[in-house]
Design a protein around this ligand. Structure first.
Ligand SMILES: *[C@@H]1O[C@H](CO)[C@@H](O)[C@H](O)[C@H]1NC(C)=O
Ligand SMILES: *[C@@H]1O[C@H](CO)[C@@H](O)[C@H](O)[C@H]1NC(C)=O
Ligand SMILES: *[C@@H]1O[C@H](CO)[C@@H](O)[C@H](O)[C@H]1NC(C)=O
Ligand SMILES: *[C@@H]1O[C@H](CO)[C@@H](O)[C@H](O)[C@H]1NC(C)=O
Ligand SMILES: *[C@@H]1O[C@H](CO)[C@@H](O)[C@H](O)[C@H]1NC(C)=O
Ligand SMILES: *[C@@H]1O[C@H](CO)[C@@H](O)[C@H](O)[C@H]1NC(C)=O
Ligand SMILES: *[C@@H]1O[C@H](CO)[C@@H](O)[C@H](O)[C@H]1NC(C)=O
Ligand SMILES: *[C@@H]1O[C@H](CO)[C@@H](O)[C@H](O)[C@H]1NC(C)=O
Ligand SMILES: *[C@@H]1O[C@H](CO)[C@@H](O)[C@H](O)[C@H]1NC(C)=O
Ligand SMILES: *[C@@H]1O[C@H](CO)[C@@H](O)[C@H](O)[C@H]1NC(C)=O
Length: 829
């Protein structure tokens, strides 16, 4: 998490001397406010008074948070007219003018006079200082003057950034010149109402960043807004006003938007627990945020190298500069438009930040189809897009000049349709878009091809499986103790301790109930203590489905060789008659589910701990899938199989159990033993097909459970049919994915990290196994801030339907194929 301390002001003022004075929120002509006294809003939220910025001796009248322990000034009245001594007075004159004067009654700063009979100035709980008629409370809508109309560098909830068209008032934010001088600096954030209105950051007279137009839900250039569920954003555009503002649903949350002294805009949220401002969002963020780095008709993609590319159908205007990574000249058409003959078409640019709309034309009543027709019929139109994406896309923006400052996002961008000559429509993608017939041919070919490949694959698998089985039988009868084959035994010949039954009985106090840690799918687990004091966990395997003792030992040997910091270490086994036991290191913090699904314990895990757990599981699973010498598919990954050590490092347990239990089970056993409803991928639950991608699915469920603190089977009130996956998916689609996050995290977490994890989780639970990433990509995606993530498709099982044949043993025919496939995949490397 990133914490930027606010300008560390120290109030050099004598207010403490006066702190016993009764707090008031109103200034009357008879009762001025001398330096040292303060006005406090009715609910104690804001304080108005005299202050001195650090490194300065000047006095200013400003407004700061009363409840925030770090002095944070949000408004300065006389930012350009400091008082040189601490003898200033703030008065409301009888002519209704607010006046700051010094001891010689020299007016330092004042507002215009107002026609009020009994003028008062009142500090409202919103942080608005208003001048009005002395009645009960001043209504800001009828105020003669209000500080919200004259922002300093901070936008508070309810403040408007934008224009009052009736009066020509342009409310904008201007940064302080320096941390010791509140005078206006060079950086401003202001709304430009030409074309489709946008907010720009300015450095002097140069524009440095733009929000893009409002698209009905958020600013086109601030995709993150889609995830900020605790804020409500308002964009109002009518003949009287055009402005942007925000509000916060929960009144205890304190948040502000500022323009800082180095020309960035930042949003902070106050964290009461840590007593600091948390940097929630800022812009500009990356190279593509600077204004039009790729020039007209260029596309900026921060995840590409170089970041600039030309739109389809365009080539660099100055190839030399372009090659030198200077894209500012932009791109020109390969083929001129052919408007008269009406042969032009449009290419879609997805996930885009709309190009500069300063000279665009907007019509909110047109549909997207009408918009296309309108654009086609006007020869100067070069692109169009929806003006309001909130309801599937309505309204129409058209561009008639070059498309500047166009960039791409990984999520929450929108579609832009760029006009191209017919010739260029197909050229780059080189795909047939034209008639239906070729598409059919392609589809048929692909389907046939896939079928053929599958058939061949199946045959090969069967043959391979037969060979492997044969080899395995041979190697076992050949007789090595724990050598599956010669190669493996040569590599590592560690002896696995064989415990005798007495030792275990003693350690676990004869498997006493007090020592029972839990009951897993494979049998009960007991805590034990060896004679030397070492703590162990003993898994007593269910007797029914165990292999012969040699085969068992072989498998256990194999599994004992798997060593990774995110796997529970197997330290031995015990075989006695029918009885088979596995001895593991003991994990004092038990399993993850106890923490996740328990409110009181869950609060112990902050985001950093959760993230460490997610990463650890991913690494452990990657090792099982890929890096260990034997590809192990876990088949029963779930929260109760993730154990936590003293430092809360996650350790996967029960891996290789499928191996120990052998593949030759009947369907019932296999199904009962392997897989837990809620974590099983659709293809496994429905068809019994499993692969590394079924583990990836379970991992995805686990990630979403870790983030939400909810079990996948939980019922949600808004739509009981939706399970956790369904809920995560619908929130994601609505752009409110952060609502998924466990409330016990508050909002003390880095939004982008959490969103990345949610997205990875959703990618892992996609319906089709081939869409899911491998664990190696998962580890990459989780670990790198710059990795691009594809957009997830609908997850499997978004409703809690019961998988076919879940608890039935009737379908013998199926079981054969199920086991064949599973065993084959399992043995494959
Ligand atoms: C106030 O006036 C006196 C006399 O005119 C002058 O000496 C003093 O510097 C003034 N003080 C301020 C703060 O301007
Ligand atoms: C309003 O009254 C104040 C104090 O009496 C005076 O300084 C100011 O000039 C007056 N403003 C106008 C516009 O008359
Ligand atoms: C900001 O507002 C002030 C006052 O309305 C105006 O003079 C200035 O031009 C504005 N700046 C920009 C960049 O719009
Ligand atoms: C966008 O569309 C939605 C739904 O049709 C509507 O409620 C909203 O007012 C529209 N927003 C704008 C800015 O037109
Ligand atoms: C302004 O904001 C940017 C982005 O958050 C930050 O990197 C920079 O340090 C800030 N400048 C100041 C003076 O706080
Ligand atoms: C913030 O914490 C302080 C003490 O640390 C407490 O007095 C205050 O009520 C808290 N405020 C909120 C809004 O929780
Ligand atoms: C468009 O029409 C003009 C004449 O009107 C013709 O010369 C030209 O070849 C046509 N272009 C295409 C692409 O059909
Ligand atoms: C929007 O388009 C409709 C249909 O073409 C037209 O009637 C209307 O006048 C247009 N509105 C504006 C503001 O241009
Ligand atoms: C075509 O578009 C241009 C620029 O957008 C506009 O000025 C012109 O009025 C439009 N022509 C027609 C016929 O709508
Ligand atoms: C399109 O594909 C054809 C055949 O593969 C190739 O000859 C042609 O050069 C391609 N066109 C472009 C623009 O890549």
């Amino acid at each position: 998490m990133r914490k930027i301390p606010h300008r560390p002001f120290l109030l050099v003022l004598s207010s403490t001397l006066f702190s016993l004075a009764i707090a008031r929120d109103t200034l009357t002509p008879a009762d001025p406010l001398p330096d040292g006294e303060t006005l406090v809003s009715a609910g104690d939220k804001f304080t108005l008074g005299f202050f001195t910025p650090p490194g300065s001796t000047n006095r200013y009248v400003g407004l700061w948070y009363n409840e925030v322990s770090v002095l944070t000034v949000v408004m300065v009245l006389n930012r350009q007219n400091p008082i040189k001594s601490s003898t200033g007075v703030l008065t409301i004159a009888s002519n209704g003018s607010l006046v700051i004067s010094d001891d010689n009654s020299t007016v330092i700063w004042s507002t215009a006079a107002t026609n009020l009979a009994n003028p008062v100035a009142q500090l409202l709980e919103t942080g608005n200082l208003v001048i009005g008629e002395a009645e009960s409370a001043v209504n800001p809508d009828k105020a003669a003057w209000q500080s919200f109309d004259h922002p300093t560098d901070t936008l508070l909830p309810g403040m408007k950034l934008g224009w009052d068209l009736r009066t020509g008032l342009n409310r904008n934010l201007t940064a302080w010149a320096s941390s010791s001088d509140p005078a206006p600096g060079p950086y401003t954030m202001a709304m430009d109402i030409q074309g489709d209105p946008q907010i720009f950051l300015w450095s002097g007279s140069t524009r440095t960043w733009r929000t893009g137009p409002w698209n009905g839900l958020r600013y086109s250039g601030i995709p993150e807004m889609q995830t900020y569920s605790m804020f409500t954003f308002a964009y109002v555009e009518n003949q009287d006003e055009i402005y942007y503002s925000f509000n916060i649903g929960d009144p205890s949350i304190i948040s502000r938007l500022i323009v800082n002294q180095t020309g960035s805009t930042q949003r902070f949220v106050w964290l009461n627990q840590t007593g600091s401002w948390n940097l929630f969002w800022f812009a500009p963020k990356d190279q593509c945020d600077s204004l039009s780095p790729c020039g007209p008709n260029g596309v900026c993609d921060p995840n590409n190298s170089p970041i600039c590319d030309c739109l389809q159908g365009f080539v660099p205007k100055s190839p030399t500069n372009w090659a030198l990574r200077d894209g500012t000249d932009g791109c020109v058409r390969k083929t001129e438009l052919d408007c008269r003959n009406r042969t032009d078409g449009f290419v879609k640019v997805a996930e885009a930040k709309l190009p500069d709309t300063s000279s665009s034309i907007v019509n909110m009543t047109l549909s997207l189809d009408d918009c296309k027709a309108k654009c086609l019929s006007n020869c100067s139109c070069v692109a169009y897009a929806s003006a309001n994406i909130s309801d599937g896309g309505t309204g129409c923006i058209t561009w008639s000049t070059g498309l500047t400052d166009l960039r791409l996002y990984t999520f929450a961008g929108q579609d832009l349709f760029v006009r191209l000559a017919a010739k260029d429509l197909v050229s780059t993608s080189n795909k047939s878009h034209s008639s239906g017939a070729p598409t059919v041919v392609i589809v048929v070919t692909v389907v046939l091809g896939t079928l053929l490949l599958t058939l061949i694959g199946c045959c090969l698998w069967r043959r391979r499986r037969r060979r492997i089985r044969k080899a395995r039988r041979e190697s076992i009868s050949y007789g090595g103790h724990y050598n599956i084959d010669a190669e493996r035994s040569r590599e590592n010949n560690v002896d696995l301790p064989l415990f005798n039954l007495e030792t275990i009985v003693e350690a676990t106090d004869d498997f006493s109930m007090e020592n029972k840690l839990g009951e897993g799918g494979f049998g009960p687990v007991y805590k034990g203590q060896l004679a030397d004091g070492k703590e162990i966990a003993v898994k007593r395997l269910a007797k029914t489905s165990v292999q012969g003792s040699d085969e068992f030992k072989n498998e256990v040997m194999l599994i004992a060789k798997l060593q990774h910091r995110n796997l529970v270490q197997l330290i031995g086994c015990c075989i006695h008659g029918e009885e088979r036991m596995l001895v593991y290191e003991y994990m004092p913090n038990r399993s993850l589910d106890a923490f996740l699904f328990d409110k009181s314990k869950g609060a112990l895990l902050d985001w950093q701990a959760l993230h460490q757990i997610i990463m650890g599981i991913a690494r452990g699973l990657l090792y099982l899938h890929q890096d260990s010498r034997f590809r192990i598919i876990h088949r029963d990954l779930k929260a109760s199989n993730i154990l936590l050590d003293k430092e809360m490092n996650p350790k996967i347990s029960d891996f290789g159990m499928a191996r120990i239990f052998g593949g030759d089970e009947t369907e019932v056993n296999t199904r009962k033993v392997v897989g837990t409803y809620g974590y099983m991928s659709p293809e496994y639950a429905m068809d019994g097909i499993f692969s590394v991608k079924s583990d990836v699915f379970s991992f995805g469920v686990l990630v979403l459970e870790i983030i939400s603190g909810k079990k996948n089977r939980g019922i949600y009130l808004s739509d009981p049919k939706l399970n956790l996956l369904g809920r995560a998916w619908s929130l994601w689609k609505d752009g409110t994915a952060l609502e998924l996050v466990n409330e016990s995290l508050g909002f003390a977490f880095p939004m982008t990290d959490v969103l990345r994890c949610i997205k990875v989780g959703l990618l892992c639970v996609q319906e089709r196994p081939e869409d899911r990433p491998t664990m190696s990509s998962v580890v990459l995606m989780l670990g790198s801030e710059s990795a691009t993530l594809p957009n997830p498709r609908q997850p499997g099982f978004v409703t809690t339907r019961v998988p076919l044949e879940m608890d039935s043993s009737s379908s013998k025919q199926d079981s054969v194929s199920i086991n064949e496939i599973s065993v084959t995949m399992f043995e494959g490397r």
